[in-house]
Design a protein around this ligand. Structure first.
Ligand code: PMP
Length: 443
């Protein structure tokens, strides 16, 4: 079968005339894999349908938010109901309180959150708060972690910055980049050394709770615990970015993930509570809702009570909060073992197909999140992640697409599963894998 892509191609041409590279977020341009991005017209459950009428099993899930699948009936009803009552008021609303309470209820150390509209806004605001609270300016981040397109956080970032092999971004002033120190992930010695030399300048360490933006690279035993110990000893804050893992790794995110024999894959937070958390993706249910939060004494430093300013015209938007609430309420404890079982089936089948064709690969897990690196051996850091065969991934990706499965168009991203993946969708994935593995093996 060869899919028709005539309409996607025509739209891509039009898009490129009016939008840089034809897309509103870089990875969507297929730069990491080549070819024409599919313009999606509609989506339901586990399926995406493009403008040419091709159907794909969705393993992007909007890069995380669509954990229930598309157009979930509960979320659709909540959104429709909210929208009939108006779109945005710029006043407080009851649903904002309910969504904040729902998030706080799930993540034990949280006392207060403030709602924003994107993960980028959440991390940007958390950094400002950390700097305002400590009176210090240096931020420590890890290579391969992506925290949104915040000036100070673009250095050696994951996600699209990794896909396009960029060191950072033009347009970030040296003054902003100069306040950021980038260290190798999972290297506690490097963190200790930096703090020994410059501990009094450091406002915060920000880390993905379990990195998923260079592919999945879980924290090594003792790493997060070490970050907590070192930051606390030097009066710096620890910010755990759960934009991707929040309400996905477990009902409570990475922080609440139980480790131990009942989980098929290791994971879970270790060490004392971080000072601040950031959330997004799942908590917006596909709409722009995100949050940052932590202890009440820290959050009290925000305007209007405190001196750290932060605001938003659409923050706590009524339609977005309705979608987020309905999504979180449908993320029941039963959902997570099902996600893990589905993810395991897909990862095992993909690994078997790749092995049968002799394709070097490694599957890595963080709870139920996984990705496949096209290389052998454990991946501990961004330097390890970069040593993979992205060409082989591109061939694998296109063969899967041809077989009706839409993977993330980059070798540096997690494969996102949803609770809507049914037998038909799983069969489609399993059927597409042998040809895709053969394509990956062919040079
Ligand atoms: N932090 C993490 C861990 C993320 O994965 C992302 C997005 N992929 C962000 C922050 C930024 O979120 P947004 O794209 O909503 O700005």
């Amino acid at each position: 079968m060869t899919q028709s892509t005539t309409r996607s191609e025509a739209l891509f041409d039009r898009a490129r005339a009016v939008t840089p590279a034809g897309v509103n977020s870089p990875v969507r341009a297929f730069g990491g894999v080549g070819g024409v991005p599919r313009f999606i017209e509609r989506a339901e459950g586990p399926w995406l349908t493009d403008v040419d009428g091709n159907r794909y099993v969705d393993l992007i899930c909007s890069w995380g938010p669509m954990i229930l699948g598309h157009a979930h009936p509960d979320v659709l009803a909540a959104v429709t109901d909210a929208a009939t009552r108006g779109f945005s008021f710029g006043t407080p609303t009851e649903n904002e309180v309910a969504l904040a309470a729902e998030v706080i209820d799930r993540v034990e150390p949280l006392e207060q959150v403030r709602l924003v509209s994107s993960g980028t806004e959440a991390t940007m605001s958390a950094l400002r708060l950390a700097r305002g609270v400590t009176g210090r300016s240096v931020i420590v981040k890890f290579a391969g972690c992506y925290h949104g397109h915040v000036d100070a956080l673009l250095a050696e970032a994951g996600s699209g910055v990794a896909t396009f092999a960029l060191p950072g971004s033009a347009g970030v002033p040296a003054s902003a980049a100069g306040e950021t120190v980038v260290l190798p992930y999972n290297d506690l010695g490097a963190v200790e050394e930096l703090f020994a030399a410059r501990g009094e300048e450091i406002a915060a360490v920000i880390t993905e709770a379990a990195p998923g933006n260079m592919g999945i690279v879980p924290p090594a035993p003792g790493f997060t615990e070490g970050l907590r110990r070192v930051t606390a000893a030097h009066g710096a804050l620890l910010i755990s970015d759960e934009v991707m893992t929040g309400f996905r790794s477990s009902r409570s995110g990475w922080y609440g993930l139980e480790t131990g024999p009942e989980g098929a894959h290791p994971g879970g937070y270790e060490g004392g509570a971080p000072d601040l958390f950031t959330f997004g993706k799942v908590m917006g249910g596909g709409f722009p809702a995100a949050a940052f939060g932590g202890r009440a004494d820290l959050m009290a430093r925000l305007a209007p009570e405190g001196p750290v300013y932060q605001a938003g015209t659409l923050s706590g938007n009524p339609v977005a909060t309705a979608a987020g609430l309905a999504t979180l309420r449908a993320c029941t404890p039963e959902l997570y073992p099902r996600l893990e079982a589905t993810a395991t089936r897909i990862a095992d089948a993909a690994s078997a197909a790749l092995s049968a064709e002799g394709v070097a690969h490694r599957v890595q897990w963080a709870g139920s999140m996984f990705s496949i690196f096209f290389r052998e051996g454990q991946v501990h850091s961004f330097a390890d992640a970069r040593e993979q065969d992205t060409g082989a991934y591109g061939r694998f990706f296109h063969a899967m697409l041809e077989g009706g499965v839409h993977l993330p168009p980059s070798a540096f991203e997690a494969w996102f599963v949803s609770g809507a993946l049914d037998d038909e969708a799983l069969e489609t994935i399993l059927a597409a894998l042998p040809a895709a593995a053969a394509a990956a093996a062919s040079v």
